[in-house]
Design a binder for this molecule. Structure first.
Ligand code: SF4
Length: 64
């Protein structure tokens, strides 16, 4: 499973980082970005939750 963030949509709220810090971080511009290429299996549920909770629907999840 992979996750990506649309920087144009990201509102820098930090929700995804709070919910799934193993996968998301804020970059120097306070935009969320994935910190891993492949979502670790143990973080998949949290990653899906982060995508669901993102207020701007900026997170896309793709199955491998
Ligand atoms: Fe950006 Fe969405 Fe993460 Fe908020 S939850 S920081 S809007 S990607």
């Amino acid at each position: 499973m992979r996750a990506s963030v649309d920087r144009e949509l990201c509102a820098s709220c930090g929700v995804c980082v709070e919910i799934c810090p193993d996968v998301f971080e804020l970059d120097a511009d306070e935009k969320a970005q994935p910190k891993v290429d492949v979502v670790p299996p143990e973080a998949e549920d949290a990653c899906r939750e982060a995508a669901d909770q993102c207020p701007t629907e900026a997170i896309t999840i793709e199955a491998d």
